[in-house]
Design a protein around this ligand. Structure first.
Ligand SMILES: [Zn+2]
Length: 288
């Protein structure tokens, strides 16, 4: 999971909802139709303003479902995204490409694992069509995260998933892992109930992990990671004992924490370092 700065154009200027909507509808050839869209601009701007205010306060659930703009239908509003922002060679495509291009290493900010595939509507466009091309509602994401979320939207504060543009979710450590002493060992991830945040924020972390199915993803990644490093850990154990294994795990945990305090690798290696059974050779269990 990774926080992102709010959307800006390639020159670093913030994208505003008005400019992006006007750009998307700028090449409409049907004058009558274009008039309808232009007349809806102020409603789009107002919706974007309410969205920003609500997102800052984790109150996106207060935005009414199915709100429209001007005389445009839900389908007409969604079509601005589908045909005038996503489609190649449309003026709005420049915004689409710019939003995708600004993500470090093209890594999905929602899971921190998958590669970016397209833009996700944080509040889904089917339920919130006025936000179809509002930049702050468009988050670059991987295909798995988009499949997992689908038309999900929050109905109360606790149900908010983390918003990479608005939420501060990486300044305290809250993702933890535990080890099952099995053969092979397996890792389980969870939200640290002792993390120094409010109960509502803890619930939001939990919501995020569950909506995007990250508990299973991180457990699977940790299992695969362990398979890859068993030989290295074994050499450390033979040459330096459990202490060398522990020191190495702490070092890796620290290194990943510098990338992201709540990276699954940091949580995994922190759990490994804290587990005597693991460091004394438990990591080899089930390794034929
Ligand atoms: Zn993802």
């Amino acid at each position: 999971m990774k926080k992102l700065p709010k959307p800006t154009d390639p020159a670093g200027k913030p994208y505003d909802a008005k400019g992006v909507f006007e750009l998307c509808v700028s090449d409409m050839s049907n004058a009558e139709l274009k008039k309808k869209y232009v007349a809806a601009t102020e409603d789009i701007v107002l919706a974007a303003k309410h969205y920003d205010e609500a997102a800052e306060k984790s109150e996106l659930h207060s935005i009414p479902l199915g709100q429209l703009a001007g005389v445009l239908t839900k389908e007409e509003l969604i079509s601005v995204y589908t045909y005038r922002m996503v489609r190649q060679e449309r003026p709005g495509r420049t915004v689409y490409d710019a939003l995708l291009a600004r993500v470090p290493n093209q890594r999905c900010p929602l899971c921190g694992v998958g590669g970016i595939s397209s833009l996700d509507h944080h509040l889904p466009k089917a339920g919130f069509p006025t936000l179809s091309v509002v930049p702050n509602n468009l988050v670059p994401a991987c295909g798995d995260c988009q499949d997992a979320k689908r038309s999900y939207y929050p109905k109360n504060t606790e149900q908010h998933t983390l918003h990479p543009y608005f939420d501060d979710f990486d300044s305290v450590k809250w993702l933890k892992a535990g080890i099952n002493q099995s053969a092979p060992p397996s890792f389980e991830f969870f939200v640290d109930p002792a993390a120094p945040v409010s109960p509502v924020t803890l619930s939001r972390f939990d919501t995020h992990l569950r909506v995007f199915k990250l508990l299973k993803l991180y457990a699977s990644n940790a299992g695969s990671e362990l398979t890859g490093v068993q030989g290295q850990l074994h050499r450390l154990l033979v040459n330096g004992g459990a202490e060398a294994v522990r020191d190495h795990c702490l070092e890796v945990a620290d290194s990943w924490a510098q990338v992201s305090l709540n990276s699954w690798k940091s949580a995994m290696y922190t759990a490994a370092a804290a587990n005597d059974w693991f460091c004394q050779g438990g990591f080899l269990e089930g390794n034929d």
